[in-house]
Design a protein around this ligand. Structure first.
Ligand SMILES: [Zn+2]
Ligand SMILES: [Zn+2]
Length: 455
């Protein structure tokens, strides 16, 4: 098997791993980097040379895994896209939202290559899709060669999949982003019990040590208590969250807490447009596939309002009374609704910002987390310097499995080779060091951008 990592950086960038397996040219995921804009946010497709891609295997619909699919399909018309049934439901909305964001960025920052694709491209992409039912294999043939693909539930987010590829006697397993524990809205990962030859594994939480007192359920309780205390003291709460997955999870937590009278009943709740739109898709995935435990009635019970905060006057108006804002982006990327609300709430000591997911160090969310009370913070996109008086909290509610758990599960599949992807430098190093220690006979491959490996 020949492998090339098309992600341009050794971190959570644009996930895209090229694999030549027998006669098949395969891409594991095809994302865009959340930290970059313009061409540099795309995978380095030049490294494909003249290779015609046969299959794009999509693990899930976060943009770092799926954001460049329509762009590539326009150039690789023969490619087929394998994606879980539940991911297929949310895919068009997520990509169309990405078109809207790219158009805004083109107009605001003059990024003339945006949008990389249009609604028409997203529609055209539909003909390339082969939806996959979890646990049900699909055999594909090319030039007398044959490959068998099976998708397994990966937890993490609605539709997320770990993918088994079988070619001749060889088994290759791609973890995608994975979470083994159950969430409020979603079952945990269900991996097959077979042995495999090669595992390609995510390493996101390689540097994160879970503190003993921070079990997922105690973190949920702590979040609810923080919201209640903040509202009680006349402040507002901002929870920056990925619109897809995390936002619905948080809404369900709030709804359950209200029913148990752990939260005030009438506090206004604001959500961003994409997160709210996805409620319909979740409802459909629940009805049709029983893929998720989230129904439209949760949004109704919470009486959610859509946040429309494009100009400072609107933002001021909507942040006047104590409210709960569950807004994207999770990393407070510039000009997003979460970023705008953070800038409006940050200078009042009664308010709170609750981070519930991963924030890259270089994003505004990551930078803000390094600050203390009383520090000044520059909201670059608004050219506005604010004093930080709002309280900031971090909750370990990650959608990724703890590193020790991934290590154990990966070794449990008795692989001969393990390929490390999708993690920061230090995170990969942790996995590398541990694996050398506990599985000395296994070959470990730490992918370098653009470099070719033969396994
Ligand atoms: Zn993800
Ligand atoms: Zn990811």
């Amino acid at each position: 098997m020949r492998l090339i990592d098309l992600n341009r950086t050794r971190d959570i960038g644009s996930s895209c791993l090229f694999a030549e397996i027998g006669s098949f040219n395969i891409l594991f995921d095809c994302g865009t980097s959340p930290k970059c804009t313009g061409y540099s946010s795309l995978p380095d497709f030049k490294k494909l040379g003249a290779a015609a891609i046969d299959l794009i295997l999509i693990s899930h619909c976060h943009l770092d895994h799926v954001g460049s699919v329509p762009y590539l399909i326009r150039k690789q018309q023969q490619a087929r896209i394998l994606i879980s049934q539940a991911s297929h439901i949310v895919l068009p909305r997520i990509l169309n939202n990405s078109v809207t964001v790219m158009k805004l960025q083109r107009d605001e920052h003059g990024i003339k290559e945006y949008p990389f694709y249009t609604a028409t491209d997203i529609e055209a992409m539909e003909q390339h899709i082969l939806p996959m039912q979890f646990g049900k294999s699909r055999t594909l043939r090319k030039d007398g060669d044959e490959i068998v693909i099976t998708f397994f539930e990966a937890g993490h987010v609605l539709g997320a999949s770990s993918i088994l590829v079988e070619h001749k006697h060889r088994k290759i397993f791609y973890t995608g982003d994975v979470l083994f524990r159950d969430q409020k809205t979603l079952r945990g990962a269900k991996w097959p019990s077979c042995k495999v030859d090669t595992i390609i594994t995510e390493t996101t939480r390689g540097t994160t040590v879970r503190k003993e007192e921070c079990s997922p359920s105690s973190e949920t309780e702590r979040l609810v208590t923080t919201i209640r205390n903040t509202i009680d003291s006349g402040g507002s709460v901002l929870i920056p969250a990925f619109a897809f997955g995390r936002m619905q999870e948080i809404l369900k937590i709030i709804n359950s807490a209200r029913k148990e009278k752990k939260l005030q009943a009438n506090t206004p709740i604001f959500c961003s447009g994409l997160g709210y739109g996805l409620v319909d898709d979740f409802d459909m995935a629940a009805k049709k596939l029983s893929a998720v435990d989230f129904r439209r009635k949760i949004a109704k019970e919470l009486n959610i309002k859509i946040f429309r905060g494009n100009n400072p006057k609107d933002i001021k108006k909507q942040t006047k009374e104590p409210s709960i804002f569950v807004l994207s982006s999770g990393m407070l990327v510039e000009n997003t609704s979460a970023y705008n609300v953070a800038s409006a709430l940050i200078d009042d000591h009664r308010n709170a910002i609750c981070f519930v997911g991963f924030c890259d160090d270089s994003t505004p969310g990551g930078e803000l987390q390094k600050c203390s009370q009383g520090d000044s913070f520059l909201f670059k996109a608004q050219n506005y310097v604010a004093k930080i008086f709002a309280k900031m909290y971090k909750f370990d509610m990650s959608g990724h499995a703890d590193r020790e758990e991934i290590l154990k599960k990966v070794i449990g599949m008795s692989p001969r080779a393990i390929v490390l992807v999708h993690g920061e430098e230090d995170a990969r190093n942790w996995f590398m060091d541990e694996l050398i220690e506990v599985a000395p006979k296994v070959q470990i491959w730490d992918m370098n951008p653009g470099e070719e490996f033969t396994i």
